[in-house]
Ligand binder design. Sequence first.
Ligand code: ADP
Ligand code: MG
Length: 237
Amino acid sequence: EQDVTDYRNGLAIRVSGFDVPQPVKTFEDCGFPSQLMNTIVKQGYEKPTPIQCQALPIVLSGRDVIGIAKTGSGKTAAFVLPMIVHIIDQPELDKEEGPIGVICAPTRELAHQIYLEAKKFAKQFGLRVSAVYGGMSKLEQFKELKAGSEIVVATPGRLIDLLKMKALTMLRATYLVLDEADRMFDLGFEPQVRSIVGQIRPDRQTLLFSATMPRKVEKLAREILSDPIRITVGEVG
Ligand code: ADP
Ligand code: MG
C-alpha cells in the first residue's frame, strides 16, 4: 500500500491506496480520443489541475476514487472526462436502456453546472445527458428519460421520484459519481443516496468527491467503494 504526499506550488497532494497509477502531466498523457481533446482545447484547458493530474489516470484505469479537494479545483472534469471514455468503450451501447453514467449532486445549482460540463464533452459523441432535479417539470423529465439518456445528472430526491415512476432503470449503470458528498449528508440526503447506490450493480465504478470527510461520509465510502484510491489536495500549512 502506498501513502505518499507530494508538495507542489503550495499544495500538499496526498495519494494512498494499492497499486496507484502514475499521475499525468498533460491531457495528451491521458490518451483521450481526438474529439475529446478538441473540446478540452476549445474549453481553454491547457493542462490538468493538480487533482486532475492525479485522478484522471486512476479513474481511467477503472479504479474507485475518494477525492478530497476544495471548491474550484477542477473536480468536475476529473470525473466527466473519464466518464465519456467509459461510456464510448461500452461494446453494445445501443442495445440496452437506462443511463450508464449517474452523477448525484446536492443542489440544483451544482447539478446544473455538472450537466453543462457533461453536455459540452458528450455532444461530439452523440451521448444524451439528462438533468434531473427540482424546479423543472417532472413530466418533462419523465419523457426525456423514457426516450433514453446515457448520462443522468441528478439531485438524490428527484432521481428517487423518477425511479419510483419507472422513468428509468439503473440496470445499465456502471459509473456512479457522488459529488459533494458531505453537503448531500448535511442536507439530509443520506437515505436517498443509499437507496440509489443500492439500485446500481455492485461491479460498477464508484467515485466519491467531498470537500471534507466527516465520519458518516467516511463510513459510506468504506461501504460502497471497492479498494479505493484516496486523493487529498490541500493547502500547505
Ligand atoms: P470543483 O468541482 O473542484 O469546485 P470545477 O470542476 O467546478 O471545480 O472547476 C472550477 C473551474 O475551473 C471551472 O470554471 C472549470 O471550467 C475550470 N477548469 C477545470 N479544469 C480546468 C483546467 N484543466 N484548466 C483550466 N480551467 C479548468
Ligand atoms: Mg464541484
